[in-house]
Write a protein that binds this ligand. Sequence first.
Ligand code: FE2
Length: 289
Amino acid sequence: MSDSVAQLGYLGFEVSDLEAWVLLCERVLGFEVARNEGGFSCRYDSYAQRLFFSEGPADDLIAVGWEVASPEELDGLVARLAEQGVETRAGSEVEARARRVTRLVSLRDPTGNPLELFVGPEQSQTPFVSRYSAGGFVAEEQGLGHVVVNTRDNREHERFYCDVLGLNVTDHIEFEAGKHHIDLTFLHANQRHHSVAFGGPLKKSIHHFGIQLADFDDLGRLVDRAARRGVKIATPMGRHPNDKMVTVYLESPSGFEIEIGWGGVTITEGWEPTTYDRLSLWGHWSGQA
Ligand SMILES: [Fe+2]
């Protein structure tokens, strides 16, 4: 497809307990934190900002920023959105400055999740060096990680994200869990196995966002720091069958989760979507086993 998003570039959140989030981001996750008026931002690769937080009652996602390679491609996407009847709004200079990008447009996905398309992310003048995770994070052109968003209709979402924004289906996970039918869709925008996933209605716009460490020991050390700082493990270590990533889920102070992963597969030439019949190859026991 000609015009498409290149990567998941940033996530913005409104959170009620700013200080708990600063502690989590700085001391547990090992990001570089910069405070600003009304909130703070985090970086963990060459991008000046990957996550931003402002104080407020929502405790939810307020922006999912998708980077587009060029202003021309952004214009192409805005035109395609208009053809599909999706309203877009040009972001203000104040909004662009807060996101540290040159230009953005905002829109809603079919479920109402707050999306933004942007160009020109600011790059940091200094290389990222983690105080805690010597191996650093897997990000850069693969984007910040992934986000799992609310959806009322998986097929409608798949059509929107693929046919309009230009992502591609990576795979699905579908199985029966007691009385529940689990049906998850994973989409990629670049080499990262998935940049966005969805699997049904949620109370918030987000179920979790996921980040990836380059070094397995850094994952273990991060879990140690979470234990020392009283951050609860939502789901202990396990390996997903589709991306093959070893992950742990932490509880965030805002009622959604953060998945920390290591390893896993990347998208290769000629990738064919498959459907898996379980959520984990091993582990991820949540106590209901
Ligand atoms: Fe995930």
